[in-house]
Ligand binder design. Sequence first.
Ligand code: ADE
Length: 241
Amino acid sequence: MRITVLTLFPEMYRDFVSTSIIGRAIERGLVTVDFVQIRDFAHDHYRHVDDKPFGGGLGQVMKCQPVLDALNSVKSENSYSMMMSPAGNVYNQSKARQLSQKDHLILLCGHYEGFDARINKHVDELVSIGDYILTGGEMASMVIMDSVIRLLNGVIREGSTDDESHENGLLEYPQYTQPADYQGDKVPDILLSGHHAKIQEWRTQQSLLLTKTVRPDLFEKHQFTEYEEKVWKKLCDQESE
Ligand code: ADE
């Protein structure tokens, strides 16, 4: 996969692309990441990329010409372009899975008060990482890159993303490690039993319980598998005894 980031602040990505799992994925050639400085496409003497909004108001708006010239310099038939925008489709794990199948992602990051609205139709999608406002799209693009790169083949051990929160529409069950007793706070006995079927049942029940409590919105939408149906009923029956 190739990822191209269009930004005014490529320096913000320096540690991100050289650290930990993402740094290793790039070093091993599992993904290539390149940056386009939008300001390089500004033609005027002062290399302006923004201007005052028509109709008045505070802040600056990023101009069509430098942004679209930058975008067109990297767009191709195989690319999928996304504008980071608080007014976009809200990002989630299933979107990360879809994007991990693309050949070339282009992430367009704005700053200031956002982009001239005429730019919107030149990208495939507007994406928001949540209902809050960032000073620019750079952090949002890093969130997208991180969540997509870790799903690429060979980046992390196969199977280890399967049980994670949001992969099956549920939050992940709680995990524990040594020591089994930390200052009197004990790991649930079942996890020390070595009984794999019972452990799986407990984990599924915990995952359903946690989702119902913390994210009732996800729980409502969840399509139970036959197995989930069975272990959830068993838990409810136990609780009503
Ligand atoms: N730019 C500013 N806020 C944003 C958000 N929440 N998501 C994506 N891009 C943004």
